[in-house]
Every structure is written in C-alpha cells, then in structure tokens.
Ligand binder design. Structure first.
Ligand SMILES: [Zn+2]
Length: 380
C-alpha cells in the first residue's frame, strides 16, 4: 500500500468537507477523554525520533503497511516499540506539544492523556521523575497551545497488583496538580478486576476519577465489574455493555459515561466494521458516551478525535444535536476546571444555535483558545 495514502501528519491545510445543512465539527467544542500518550504521537515525529535513535520503526508504522486488525499482542508490541522512540526530554516535550496542537485542531478544549509511567521510567530516571517531567510538559503545552491538559495515570493489568498500588499512590500524590484520574489498561483478558480494587480505592480517596478500560476485549460482565469493583466514574471503551440490557440500564441509571473509540474498535476487531460499533444501541438505551481517539498513531488516518465525530455523523447518522450531546457528555464527565467546563458547554450551545453550513460557503479556522492545567505544578 502506498505510504502517502496510508499515513499523514496532523494539522491538514484544508478543513474537512461539511455537508450542506450541517455544522463544522471542528468547531464543536469537545473534551478528549480517551487518548494514550505514545498513541497520540504524529507519525512524522515517530519517524524522526526513530531516525535520531537509530532504531527500526515497527513494520505496522513504517509507512508501507497498515496496522493489521485484530491482534492484541501485535498492537501492544507496536505500541511498545513506538514508545521506545521517546528517549529524552526534548522528545517528550515535542510529543506533548504536538498532541495538544492536534487536539486543539480537532476542537478539543480539554484533553486527558493516559500514561503508564513504568513504560518510560528506565529512560527518564524513574516513575516520579518521569511524571514530574510530563506534568511540566503538559503545563507548558497547555499555556502555549491554549488547551487544558490533565493526566490519567493508568496501571497495567498484566502486571502484579502491587505495581498498581504504587501507581495509585503516585497518582494521588499529584492529585490537584495535573493528575486527574486513575486508569487500568492493557489486555483486559488478563488479571482479575478485584486485584486492583485497593489501588482504585486509593485513587478515588484522593479525589481522582476512576476511568478503567473495560468492555473492549471482554463483554458486559467486565463493564459491570469495573463499576461494582473499581467504582468507575467513566469507562474506557465499554461498548460491549451493549450486549446486556441490564448492564446498559446500570450505566444509564448511574450516569456512567463511556469513552467510545470507533476507529479503535474496528482496528482491534471489537466490531467487524464501523457500522457495527453500537453507538445507536447505547444511545437508545440511555447510556451516555463521548468519543475518543485512543491511539491514532497506530490506527492511522481517520482515527483522530475529529475523525470519531465524523464517523458518528457519516456512518451512524448522528444529527448535529446528537453530536452536541456526545460532546456535552464528555465535558460534563471530565476533570476540567469548572470555569473551563462551563465555557465549553456555553460554546456547544452557541455552536448548535448557529445556522448550519450552506453549500459553497468557505469555512474559516476556529481559533478559540482554552487552557488551564488543573492546579498548576506542585507536589514535588
Ligand atoms: Zn485505550
């Protein structure tokens, strides 16, 4: 497959086409609630960093191949290889700044970035030094780009529970100082949910959001465990809740918001094709969800945050009012400071109140700036 057709760099010059009678999705204010640090790297940056480091780029990301769908092991190996290209402070700062720029370009006013610090610790002087450097990078990128950034520290469910406890204490130490949530990632089929209950209790007691992945590789029971055992405020993916009416009722009753990532679901064969991602089923059952990019570096063009909203529009037929509800759900369920959240919600109302696009009318750049990492830097 031709490289130029499969890979792109962010910040395209021309805005996406807007169907007549619809509104510009880039201008719809959003919260990005589900994106991973290395997974948000620009492809060009990966190539640049890999060249500097003299390392081989993973086959699925070398520009001549697409990511082959379906294999969790291959996905994780690809992710780990890409992460190994982030070797020094300059690379980390570049990654964070570009992540913020790309999210801002897609209309996000707030971004929660998931990271599992042990994956970077060896190259950055340990998990504490790495976390502090990352928080500083987020503070600077937030100020320079004009988008709010918060960190979600995620435990790896394939690692022993003691590591999750260590990371929960790390996350708690920086609660209110840039860390906003605690997650659980990696292969959902490994580890028992209950093994991580104490770690999540530490995080919740510190005022952090509980945002584990669940209902991606396993079914609705896994979603229910994340709610009952880990006290989930939101759930990463969670789409397989759609397999159980009672689980969808539980989510709807408790107002638990799913972070749905349609491109990721197709790439990982959670759904066989885009139409099968159960956005309509969830919505009809009263389950709130927002949309997230997950790992656009790996899943390729169209897997951006904006791309997920375009899929909801073009594949699932979501009206502008429904897309506004999806964006609103993310903003209400995120950890943005109250003033920023209120401003984003006001701007969603303004977006919907504006007349839709007419054919032949050019679309200008949006240019609104948001900002404000929660609480600045502290906790050293
Ligand atoms: Zn994820």
């Amino acid at each position: 497959m031709d490289a130029s057709a499969t890979r792109h760099d962010r910040l395209p010059d021309s805005p996406p086409a807007i169907p007549p009678g619809r509104r510009d999705l880039r201008r719809l204010p959003k919260a990005e609630c589900h994106v991973h640090l290395t997974g948000a790297m620009r492809h060009a940056t990966l190539l640049e960093l890999a060249a500097q480091a003299g390392m081989r780029v993973p086959t699925a990301l070398d520009g001549t191949h697409s990511f082959p769908p379906g294999s969790w092991r291959r996905f994780q190996a690809t992710y780990d290889a890409a992460r190994s290209a982030v070797r020094d402070e300059a690379a980390l700062r570049q990654l964070v700044t570009e992540l913020a720029e790309d999210a801002h370009h897609d209309g996000a006013g707030w971004v929660e970035v998931q990271v599992t610090p042990p994956g970077y610790a060896a190259r950055f002087g340990g998990i504490v030094a790495f976390t502090e450097l990352l928080l500083d990078a987020c503070t600077r990128a937030s100020a320079s780009v004009g988008v709010g950034l918060g960190l979600v520290i995620a435990a790896n469910r394939t690692r022993p529970p003691w590591e999750a406890m260590t990371l929960a204490r790390l996350a708690a130490r920086y609660a209110g100082c840039g860390v906003v949530g605690f997650g659980l990632s990696n292969d959902e089929r490994q580890g028992r949910c209950g093994d991580f209950a104490r770690a999540f209790a530490i995080a919740r007691d510190a005022g952090l959001l509980s945002v584990p992945h669940a209902g991606e590789l396993l079914g609705a029971a896994s979603v229910r465990h994340a709610v009952d055992v880990l006290g989930a405020h939101r759930i990463g993916h969670g789409v397989r809740a759609a397999e159980s009416t009672s689980t969808m009722c539980l989510l709807a009753e408790r107002g638990i918001v799913l972070e749905v990532c349609p491109s990721s679901n197709v790439a990982m064969r959670v759904a066989p094709h885009a139409e099968a991602v159960p956005l309509r089923v969830l919505r009809d059952a009263g389950v709130s969800f927002t949309l997230g990019a997950d790992d656009p570096l790996i899943f390729g063009p169209g897997a951006s945050l904006l791309g997920q909203y375009e899929i909801a529009r073009s594949v699932h037929g979501f009206a502008d009012s429904e897309l506004a509800e999806v964006a609103t759900a993310g903003i209400r369920a995120c950890a943005a400071p109250p003033g920023l959240r209120a401003g984003l919600l006001d701007r969603i109302e303004a977006w919907l109140a504006k007349p839709p696009h007419r054919a032949g009318v050019a679309v200008g750049d949006h240019g609104h700036r948001d900002g404000g990492l929660i609480g600045g830097r502290c906790g050293a």
